[in-house]
Design a protein around this ligand. Structure first.
Ligand SMILES: [Zn+2]
Length: 156
């Protein structure tokens, strides 16, 4: 992947957005499976989008580029989800947090801790797991999600 590759840096046209493009959710998870957490950054207004989007939701520009993200950050908001997606039903209630990564991009994700043990300002690190090796229900609703890596924040 290089900066001159039109599929990884904008302005993007409709033909650039294939299923393999990291600007799509499957492409985002492919990169995650390789251990890379990538956001899109708007080169016009600097908005960071995580997971990446092919156009900026801040200003509408298609001049977006990929930027690799740190896996550590801070909890800025959190809640308990009593009825999570079916793959996580047996873990309910689960804790979900909005985490501001050290790059200032924000990612919402599951936290491996009970609600009482989480507080705003807590430092967390994203862990990426092979779905085969973790305790989540393999009977996903959508077949294409089966091979997506599971990701969860751990308290530091
Ligand atoms: Zn923008």
């Amino acid at each position: 992947m290089t900066d001159t590759d039109s599929t990884t840096t904008g302005p993007l046209g409709p033909d650039d957005i294939t299923a393999d493009s990291p600007f799509t959710l499957p492409g985002f998870f492919d990169a995650l499976a390789e251990g890379r957490l990538v956001a899109a950054r708007c080169t016009e207004c600097d908005t960071q989008m995580l997971p990446p989007r092919p156009a900026c939701y801040g200003c509408g520009s298609r001049a977006v580029t990929l930027s690799e993200q740190p896996r550590t950050g801070e909890v800025i908001s959190y809640t308990s989800v009593n009825r999570p997606p079916s793959a996580f039903e047996h873990l309910a209630p689960i804790t979900v947090a909005v985490v501001e990564l050290d790059s200032s991009a924000r990612l919402t994700g599951r936290v491996e801790a009970s609600l009482e043990d989480v507080a705003i300002g807590d430092r967390v690190e994203l862990r990426i797991d092979d779905p085969e090796t973790v305790d989540i229900d393999p009977d996903f609703d959508l077949s294409y999600e089966e091979e997506w890596p599971a990701h969860v924040f751990e308290l530091l």
